[in-house]
Every structure is written in C-alpha cells, then in structure tokens.
Write a protein that binds this ligand. Sequence first.
Ligand code: HEM
Length: 142
Amino acid sequence: MPPVLLKLGTTGYRFARYYTHSGSYVEKGPPALPMRLMAPFFVVTTIGVLATGVWLLLLGHKSDQLLFFHKLFFFVWGAIFVIHFLVYAPRVVRSLRSDWSSARRHAVPGSGLRGMLVAASIGAGAALALSLLSTIGNWHSG
Ligand code: HEM
C-alpha cells in the first residue's frame, strides 16, 4: 500500500500541476489518450482492491459480498495493470537509465529525495505487512 500511495500521490501531483496550467507540466502534455481515459478507472480499482482487501482482513472472516467486490475490483484492476505495465515499462527503463547516469543526476535536482521516498515507501510496506501477519492467521484457520 505505501508504494501505491506514493505512486498515486506523484501522478496526482502531476495531474494537479497540469490542470493548474503549470508551464513545464503543460509543455510535457497529458498522457496518451487511451492511458488518459484509463487512468481514473485504474485509480478507482487500485483503491477498491486495496480497501476491500483491508476490510476483509479486519473482518477476519469470509464475507461473500465483500469477497465478490474484492475479486471484481481485482479482475478489472488486473486487466488495466497489464496494459499500463506493457505501455510504460520501456519508458521506465529509459528514464531509470538516464536518471542513474551521473551527469543527469547532477542536472536533475531531487533525485536524492526521490530515492528516499521510494525506499521509505517500500520499507513502510514491509513493516506494515509484517505487523499484520498475525491478523492474517484468522483466514488460514478458515
Ligand atoms: C498499482 C499500480 C499502479 C498504479 C495505480 C499506477 C497509476 C498511474 C497513473 C494514475 C498514471 C497517470 C496516468 C497515465 O499516464 O497513465 C501513471 C503513469 C505512469 N505509470 Fe503507473 N501505475 C501503477 C503501476 C505502474 C508500473 C508497475 C509501472 C512500470 C512499468 C508504471 C509506469 C508508469 C509511467 C512510466 C507513467 C507515466 C509517468 C509520466 O509520464 O510522468 N506504473 N500510473
């Protein structure tokens, strides 16, 4: 959840800067139309699958209706995720390669902060998962 919240935060920030007419964001332009149309469904199903998952966890027992919505959100999210990943993976490889090249790192401020935020979100995710391990026990005991 923390890495996903970081991702929704950063893309939400870009969205807000674009629609408040911030120069460099307007210059970069919006995502390609199909990705732009899919984004709201991707955000809603991401929040849906995580929220119903946590709700099931806290409920501690099987709720058919909640499980139905959890699966529904997951199937829609999964289909969008596959497209999102295939479309953007090449760009991620390119941007990571250029970001890591030291010349670039010096030219682009904030790389330290980005690295720290990503590391912190992954660390928080691992800590959250470990702290909730016992809560999952109920499900295993069925
Ligand atoms: C739960 C997982 C994820 C969510 C909720 C998510 C959400 C989003 C959203 C809402 C956008 C902005 C709209 C758009 O450009 O399509 C976006 C952009 C993007 N995503 Fe994801 N994403 C996820 C996972 C990934 C993964 C795994 C990759 C790696 C391949 C990725 C790479 C990108 C890239 C490269 C952009 C464009 C960023 C830019 O142009 O500034 N995303 N994502």
